[in-house]
Every structure is written in C-alpha cells, then in structure tokens.
Design a protein around this ligand. Structure first.
Ligand SMILES: Nc1ncnc2c1ncn2[C@@H]1O[C@H](COP(=O)(O)OP(=O)(O)OP(=O)(O)O)[C@@H](O)[C@H]1O
Ligand SMILES: [Mg+2]
Length: 256
C-alpha cells in the first residue's frame, strides 16, 4: 500500500462524461509526481479525486483513509491534509499577504475567531514562517493585488504550507507565469518537497519543465493512464501515446 492509492478509480461527471477511467496506481509518501496530458485529458480531475472534489467510484485511499463514499467529516479530515495550489493563485486580492497565508489555517481554528480576525499567535507565526519559506515574508503586510504574478503564486504556496499539509496538489501552477518566474516557482515546489517531504503532485503543460523538475511522470490521454514511469524514459513513442502526435515547440517552455 502506498500513501495515495487509486484502485480501479473512475470519475463520471453529471451528464455522463467519464473523465478518469479505471485508474490503478500508487504514490509513495514524499514522491514528486508530474501529470501531463492534452487539455481535457483528466489532469485536474485526477487531482480533485484525491480529496473527493469530484464524483469518484472505485477506491481512493489517502494515507489509509477511503475517499470514495466518505462522510463530510471524513472528507474534511482528508482535505485538511491536502494543500492546493492553483493556476490563477486564488488569493483574496484586497487582503494583505499574511491574511492570505492565514487562510491555510482556517480549518484549524473555530470559525468565529477567523471571522473576527482573532487569529491565535501560533497560527500567525506559522503563516509568517510559511511566507519565509518561499522568501516573501517582507511583503507580509502588502495587499496581495500589489504583488507580481510570481510573488502571488509564492503566496499561494505559502497558504498551502500554512496548512501543514501531508500532500500538495498543484494544478498548472506556472501556466499564468513567464518562463523565468515559472522556473522559480518550480524550484520552490521542488525544494519544499525535498526539505519537508510533502508528497507533491503537479499538473504541467510543458514537458521540458516536467523533465527538469520531476522524476515520475504520469501521462493521461482521454481519462486513461497511458504512461507511468521515469521521465527519463519518455521518448517519441511515449509522447505520441500521451499527446497523439509528435512533440512540437509549443510543448516546451524554453522555446517560448
Ligand atoms: N464539472 C464538470 N462537469 C462536467 N464535465 C467536466 C467537469 N469538469 C471537467 N469536465 C470534463 O472532464 C474532462 C476532463 O477535464 P479536466 O478538467 O480534468 O481536464 P484537464 O486535463 O485538467 O484539462 P486542462 O488542461 O484544459 O485543464 C473534460 O472533457 C472536461 O470537459
Ligand atoms: Mg486542468
């Protein structure tokens, strides 16, 4: 048994579209996994299946807990272990950076305290430490909207870290960033994985980024896992299996 176990896992959306088809694979604690595939292949669906955000059948075990058929409180427990990072950062733009990082602590304190902004000192400390880990603590008291895209994504990562998660799920975390900033954010995610041992799954569009930072690659095509292995083993044939065509400059960030 791994840390995240998909066993005959399928996701069928209301309306009948099957976005993930009979996936069986295991991810070990501390792994850094990159997921690639064409638009619509099921990458986001696969990440969302891990914390039960989509209608999932079969079995998904997260740290030994079953997500399929879980109660709301069981799902809350799983979700509190999972930090999410988004393409569009999903920050509260009018709030200060530190308050955005504190959002990662929401599930840890009573709701009335967060509503009144009465954050315990310990939670504030964790939020500031998380900002420090991605080197953005000097912006703690600035509005999120006054940061650059790369800085905003660092706050997104800090918010996930403030949750003290066991798993980080990053859905195209660099798709809104320029190449230089993309590399910075990928290096942050890689360093966090190594330093803290947080199991990390990242959906990526660019194959060279995947190759540079990832080790294990999962390739999805129309909801099916068509490749699961070492990125070093990705050749033209594997690429065709995932994308249905040969590699083009559009698939590479460094060609931009
Ligand atoms: N809430 C939903 N309801 C119905 N169909 C959905 C829903 N979300 C996604 N889908 C469909 O499921 C399939 C997989 O979608 P998903 O978002 O997982 O793909 P993706 O690989 O993340 O694509 P992209 O690279 O564009 O983000 C697509 O055909 C999509 O249209
Ligand atoms: Mg997606």
């Amino acid at each position: 048994m791994g840390f995240i176990d998909f066993t005959n896992t399928s996701v069928t959306y209301p309306g009948g579209l099957v976005a993930l088809k009979d996936v069986t694979l295991s991810i070990e604690e501390g792994e850094f996994v990159v997921v690639v595939g064409l638009s619509g292949a099921g990458k986001s669906t696969m990440l969302r299946a891990i914390n039960g955000l989509v209608p999932v059948a079969g079995s998904v075990l997260v740290d030994g807990r079953e997500v399929v058929g879980a109660s709301q409180s069981e799902l809350r427990a799983v979700r509190s272990d999972v930090g999410m990072i988004f393409q569009t950062f999903n920050l509260v733009n009018r709030s200060r950076v530190v308050n955005n990082a504190l959002m990662g602590r929401l599930s840890k304190i009573p709701r009335w305290r967060s509503l009144l902004g009465l954050w315990p000192a310990e939670d504030k400390e964790i939020a500031l430490q998380s900002l420090e880990r991605v080197d953005i603590v000097e912006k703690a008291y600035i509005r999120a909207s006054d940061l650059s895209g790369g800085q905003q994504q660092r706050v997104g990562i800090a918010r996930a870290l403030a949750q003290e998660p066991k798993i980080i799920l990053a859905d195209e975390p660099v798709a809104s960033l320029d190449p230089v900033t993309s590399h910075m954010v990928m290096r942050d995610l890689q360093r966090i994985n190594r330093e803290l041992g947080i199991t990390t799954l990242i959906n990526l569009h660019f194959l060279d980024l995947a190759r540079q930072y990832g080790k294990r690659l999962i390739g999805l095509n129309d909801g099916l896992v068509v490749f699961d292995g070492d990125i070093a083993d990705v050749n033209d044939e594997v690429f065709r299996g995932i994308y249905g065509r040969a590699i083009t400059p559009d698939d590479l960030l460094n060609e931009k």
